[in-house]
Unconditional design. Sequence first.
Length: 100
Amino acid sequence: MSQNDRELIQRIGVKPNCPLCHAVYKGEDLKLVQEQRGRYLFYIFCPSCCSSIINIVLSNPLGVSALYMVTDFTEGDLAKVIKSNPVTCDEVIETYNQLN
């Protein structure tokens, strides 16, 4: 993790410990996946409980908001999802019909 990434994490207030087991993260456990106009997407792997967490941080003039989601994604899975096209309405309907 670069010095810039460490400073960013400290500045925007990413939680320093796992929301599940409360273990303290090491720098290599946090990966900044995407940054775009005050929105930050982190992938976090907790080696203590082996959980994967997607952390979305929104920073604006009114403050900082964060959302943590426990997932079974790997870092590679998250990168694929970011690069993929949005799901269309037709795809949702097709999936629904296949499930029924």
